[in-house]
Design a protein around this ligand. Structure first.
Ligand code: F3S
Ligand code: FES
Length: 264
């Protein structure tokens, strides 16, 4: 290494910064009547640190009672969705580099807070269950996979990327206004099975989605698309579910996926 080149330790200390992390704290078991904000200053942070790393440090170094959910730490399990600098994001996929040195974290909106950053996910999963998120078929088990064509699989690939983090549903003003609305995540999951050519459960599923708590409560506000950490085209799927109800069929997706003129 040339004399004027920094050593790895020097290079990393050149990037070190102090982050001021504002965390919404709430512990009803300790008598809290409402949330309050606590600020934690963290020295020696790196731009490539994730918000999850900051929370782990706060819990280890400053406040062992801090409560948050995490599991995979790699954007797969969907446990650590929260409001970070005002937007719904996964703490494990959000870098200090993209936020600056003043960072705030709050629990997801629209679900009851149990403690600090942990919300009650039960209503979210109840909505998910209501749309029958599994394959319904009259065909007997074969002991093998039920194969389908690549073209048919392409109709459900995007919806299959959902990790059930609830970032979309809890960013939706229609959900905030009425928590009985099944919400965008449940509609995406319904779409995953509605447009699966092996599935036979559409009549029942569409009845649930056509109900007053179903897909028509979507007012095309688009917050959900921006919130999704998986880049799912949520409003396209919501639109297709509305069409399926109106047309009484899911066949209209045939040939609809490629409007570029390059696919033929
Ligand atoms: Fe809500 Fe998304 Fe519709 S934010 S209103 S579900 S477009
Ligand atoms: Fe699993 Fe972030 S901890 S998605």
């Amino acid at each position: 290494m040339a004399d004027d080149q920094p050593t790895p330790t020097e290079a990393s200390s050149q990037h070190a910064l102090t982050v001021s992390l504002r965390v919404a704290r709430y512990n009803p078991e300790a008598g809290d009547k409402k949330p309050h904000v606590e600020t934690y200053n963290l020295d020696g942070c790196h731009p490539m640190d994730r918000v999850l790393d900051l929370l782990i440090r706060v819990k280890g170094e400053q406040s062992g009672s801090l409560a948050y959910r995490r599991s995979c730490a790699h954007g797969i399990c969907g446990s650590d969705a929260m409001v970070i600098n005002g937007k719904n994001r996964l703490a494990c996929k959000t870098l200090v580099r993209d936020l600056g040195s003043a960072i705030s974290v709050e629990p997801l909106k629209g679900l009851a807070v149990k403690k600090d950053l942990i919300v009650d996910m039960e209503p979210f999963f109840e909505s998910y269950k209501s749309v029958m998120p599994y394959q319904v078929t009259s065909q007997p088990p074969t002991g093998k996979e039920r194969l389908q064509s690549p073209a048919d699989q392409a109709k459900i690939d995007d919806q299959s990327k959902c990790i059930m983090c609830a970032a979309c549903t809890t960013s939706c003003p229609s959900f905030w206004a009425n928590d009985k609305f099944v919400g965008p995540a449940a509609v995406v999951q319904a779409s995953r099975f509605l447009f699966d050519t092996r599935d036979e459960g559409n009549a029942e599923r569409l009845t649930v989605l056509n109900d007053y708590t179903g897909v028509w409560r979507c007012r095309t506000i688009f917050n959900c698309v921006e919130a999704c950490p998986q880049g799912i085209d949520i409003t396209k799927h919501i639109g297709n579910v509305k069409k399926a109800i109106l047309y009484g069929t899911t066949d209209f997706l045939e040939g609809e996926e490629d409007h570029s003129g390059h696919g033929h």
